[in-house]
Design a protein around this ligand. Sequence first.
Ligand code: UFG
Length: 328
Amino acid sequence: MKLLVTGGAGYIGSVVALQLLKAGHEVAVLDNLSKGHEEAVPEGAELVRADLLDAERLAETLAGGYDGVLHFAALSLVGESVEQPERYYRANVVGTLNLLDAMRDAGVPRLVFSSTAAVYGEPDEVPIPETAPTRPTNPYGGAKLAADQLISFHTKAHRLKTTSLRYFNVAGASGALGEDHEPETHLIPLVLSAALGERENIKIFGTDYPTPDGTPVRDYIHVEDLGRAHLLALEAADEAETGEHRVYNLGNGSGFSVREVIEAACEVTGRSIQAVEAPRRTGDPAMLVASSRKIREELGWKPEKPSLEAMISDAWDWMQKYPRGYDE
Ligand code: UFG
């Protein structure tokens, strides 16, 4: 298939772009490079440097004729979204609307969208099924939920075949592709940079949550396992009804607390990591663990690297190999 990957210069998008190329697809990456890295765009993929808010450029690009779009491009920092909700709704909702407009006009039938566990907010039950109420606790989750709803209605009205994958916490690396955010706010890369001695310590944001050790619990998924789900979703569109928007949660179904992640990182790296207790971070739910039963049953997805140690170890290898990320 000829596929457009928005955000394909970012952490997850670049891994998926490479997996698509390896599976024999033709891939173009559309990225404004505000967060992504040109070096992360896999060899063999064409790079279109454009912003989703530039509707004209999008229309021109999509007019090139595509069989499908994988839509990763987004702003994704929970804390920042609390400070600047309007920016998050513009990028993540208006950007998605522009993309859908351009897809409709160009007759592109398939879409796989990067949604998030943040749409659920503070869940009533864990593991969280797709049928759980959606009550986002921050603008990032709110904007992604609005985009999910927009995709649903658009899919029905314009007879598309679409899938939203609701990611839980993505970690690990894939060969030369890894996590390099500026600023970095994610737990695992920050813990590892403390292990490398690049920062003095790791702050634990909140120790008074209603969880076994008082620190928030998350479901970590390896970026390669997450990537494979996109290929399955794309293939499944062949058998799907037109007008169908599918939603799948993507995690491993087991939760690890912030303290457990730090302990695992000490073991994997063999280094001591100083942890400092700090106040809660605004917008953080206590516990997010996925039920991935639906995607396992319907698409046959199965994680190959479900262990936290494997994710931390792959991220650690990547950081040691590329201590300055893509800057080198
Ligand atoms: N944390 C710390 N110290 C740090 C960084 C993080 O204690 O220095 C804690 C956070 O407070 C949170 C946990 O570690 O409790 C995980 O935080 P991350 O920032 O790594 O990830 P989030 O769970 O906040 O968010 C991630 C993605 C979102 C996605 C969400 C879905 O960044 O895009 O997972 O679960 F929506």
